[in-house]
Structures are given as C-alpha cells and as structure tokens.
Design a protein around this ligand. Structure first.
Ligand SMILES: [Zn+2]
Length: 190
C-alpha cells in the first residue's frame, strides 16, 4: 500500500520523532514494506516515517540508483529503527540534494562524509555501523527527518530567500508532482 507523502509546511516534518518499542509496533514489517513501496513509486532513495505522517524514528533507504557512482551501493537497501548518530567526521563536502516532501527543489548541501550510528533493523537486530560517501549522505538526510530537520535548513540565508516562494507554493499544492502528496495549506478540493 502506498501512502501519500507529506509536503513541506506540515508540522509533522518539524517534530523530533520518538523511539519505537518492539511490542508497541508488532506490524512494523508491513509498515516498512509500505514505506518502500511509497518510496519506489516516487523514485526516491530514502523515506522517513514523518514523511508519511508518522512521528516515529524509522527510515528506509535504497541507494541502488547511485551504483553508477559508487558500485558498492548496488542493493544497498536498509531499514533504520531508533537510529542515533554517534559521530560524524571528515571534511564537509557538497552534494545536490532533493527531498520527496519538497518536490522540484534541488540544492547543494554540505555534510561530513562519514557517519557512525547505532540502530535496529526490521528484525530488531542492533547494529553499530559506519557509513561513508553517498550512503552516509542519504542516511544523514533521512536522519534529519526524524530530528524534525529539512535539507533547506542548511542553505545560506540568500538561497533560503530565493526558494521561499517556491516552498510556500509547495505547501499549498502548487507544484507539479507525479506521486500522491498531502499538502498542509491546500484549499479544499485540490
Ligand atoms: Zn527528505
């Protein structure tokens, strides 16, 4: 089942999400499957639970589309539950990011190249793992979502001003997008 993706401007994208307890969420695998289905339909490489309206520390990633640049990303498909960043290291580098909640906007964003994090997978197995390059990049972007942050927060004041109107339009549903979305400021009937 595909979910509508929550658009920029909805408060759920600004909330720091809460940890999930295993017994609290027995159907986590079904939710994870639905999130992957939603993400693939929108041609994304990552999707976080707040983007489908759930304020939970859960995100899914499939970085396979990046395997042209980094062959080891072929079949890099992972689920991150209750993730916690332990350390980010290295010299910040720029990459052109986009977000399924902010369609039609892509901007260069600086982040550190190496991230170490603690998380559980969909089988509640605990991991402590280090990621680098584009894998780290996608993880950092999705991790921001469960902290209530968006990539546009990291732009310079000038860039932010330049895209402000477009962001407001997105929250109203004034944007061309090929997947189903929920717009917080849309007029009824849109
Ligand atoms: Zn995003």
């Amino acid at each position: 089942m595909k979910y509508p993706i929550i658009a920029y401007g909805d408060p759920v994208l600004r909330r720091a999400a809460t940890n999930i307890e295993p017994d609290e969420y027995p159907h986590i695998k079904e939710l994870v499957e639905n999130m992957f289905e939603t993400m693939y339909a929108a041609r994304g490489v990552g999707l976080a639970a707040p983007q489908v309206g759930l304020s939970m520390r859960l995100f899914v990633i499939d970085a396979t589309p990046f395997d042209d640049d980094e062959p080891e990303l072929k079949d890099f498909k992972k689920v991150f539950i209750n993730a916690k960043v332990l350390e980010e290291t290295g010299e910040e580098w720029s990459f052109n990011e986009g977000c399924l909640s902010i369609p039609d906007i892509r901007e260069d964003v600086y982040r550190k190249p190496v991230v170490r994090l603690s998380y559980y997978d969909e089988n509640w197995k605990h991991h402590e793992e280090t990621f680098k390059g584009l894998a780290a990049r996608v993880i950092q972007h999705e991790y921001d979502h469960i902290e209530g942050k968006l990539f546009t927060d990291k732009l310079s004041p000038l860039r932010k001003r330049l895209i402000q109107k477009k962001l407001t339009d997105i929250s109203k549903g004034i944007v061309n997008v090929e997947y189903k979305m929920k717009f917080p400021a849309a007029k009824k009937g849109r």
